[in-house]
Design a protein around this ligand. Structure first.
Ligand code: DAH
Length: 334
């Protein structure tokens, strides 16, 4: 029995094994219960004592040697496989990422901001919790003024409330800045309104304020017409309807020709051909006084758009609630 020859053959085969399957087969071939070495050890019984001693020792030594060599080769092959897994094929086409996108309200707000920025306005942010003073009193709504009834309010305490309009930022801004100035203040407002297709208890407004020495309704008309033209990407007709707000004098509401029927009259404009877009007016002297400006020196216009309404007109959406539902079948269309 030539143990040395057996060793040479076994090691040669073992070191040549290229993967774990080959290695396992060889392990069974040499070290398995019916393997070559087991066979050799079984044959020892039939040998003379002298032979048995010699061959037995050599076979046992070989068994150990092969055992540890198998383990080493297994580790090497596994490590090679792991390395292979980390290899990156930079030329392979990438996985497509599923990306979300912006809510239509955000898309319109960004456009609104872009237009006003290009017209020299700054964009201001402010808080949703407001004091009764800034939300009402500073704007010429004394306590118990009937105009408060139009803005059913969520009061937090007697003096604190969730702002019902973005207008409190007129006085807030003017208190800390000197005229002339041009700002818009977009933000969420809150009212105790029941939810229906055109009302929600939370909605968005965009407040605007321009103050200078000689500001007239003509300036307002020019700015707002330009704004609508750029927002809707086409000429729109505008008219100013007289209205009432305690903090503007005179007050008016700009209507634009219906973007759905071009002014012919349809369901959206309720057959009138016009769409109500905002509240606006010339800043009331009382408001300038609240802010510490002299009403004899300064003039200005102010406006408040319903942002959600702009979104509905721009994308022809007929139910405001869709903007808040998070229904992907709706949102994916923008
Ligand atoms: N804040 C008013 C509202 O929510 C809208 C408004 C009217 C804003 C006239 C103005 C304005 O700035 O001048 O009903």
């Amino acid at each position: 029995m030539d143990i040395k020859k057996l060793r040479d053959e076994a090691l040669k085969e073992l070191l040549g094994a290229k993967n774990l399957e080959e290695l396992e087969k060889l392990e069974i071939k040499y070290l398995g219960r019916k393997g070559v070495l087991t066979d050799v050890l079984k044959q020892l019984k039939e040998m003379t004592a002298e032979m048995r001693g010699k061959i037995g020792a050599a076979a046992n030594q070989l068994k150990h040697e092969l055992g540890s060599t198998f383990e080493r080769r297994k580790k090497e092959i596994k490590a090679a496989l792991d390395n292979k897994k980390e290899w990156v094929d930079v030329s392979a086409p990438g996985h497509k990422l599923i990306r979300g996108h912006l809510n239509p309200r955000t898309l319109v707000l960004r456009k609104v901001e872009e237009i006003f920025l290009s017209l020299g306005f700054s964009v201001i942010d402010s808080t949703e919790m407001e004091s009764d003073y800034y939300n009402f009193q500073a704007l010429n709504f004394p306590k118990d003024h009937p105009a408060r009834d139009m803005q059913d309010t969520f009061y937090l305490t007697d003096e604190l409330l969730m702002r019902t309009q973005t207008s409190p930022n007129q006085v807030r801004f003017m208190e800390h800045h000197n005229p002339p100035l041009r700002v818009i203040v977009p933000g969420k407002v809150f009212r105790r309104d029941a939810s229906d297709a055109t009302h929600e208890s939370q909605f968005y407004q965009v407040e605007g304020l321009m103050v200078d020495k000689h500001i007239s309704i003509g300036n307002f008309k020019a700015v707002i017409e330009e704004f609508f033209k750029r927002l809707f990407g086409k000429e729109v007709k505008m008219r100013l309807r007289p209205s009432y707000f305690p903090f503007t004098e005179p007050s008016f509401e700009p209507d634009i020709s219906c973007t759905f029927c071009e002014g012919k009259g349809c369901r959206v404009c309720k057959g009138t051909g016009w769409l109500e877009m905002a509240g606006a007016g010339m800043v009331h002297p009382f408001v300038f006084k609240s802010a510490g400006y002299s009403p004899y020196e300064w003039q200005g216009f102010a406006f408040g758009f319903g942002l959600d309404r702009l979104v509905m007109m721009k994308y022809r959406i007929n139910d405001m609630r869709l903007l808040n539902f998070g229904d992907l079948r709706f949102l994916k269309q923008f």
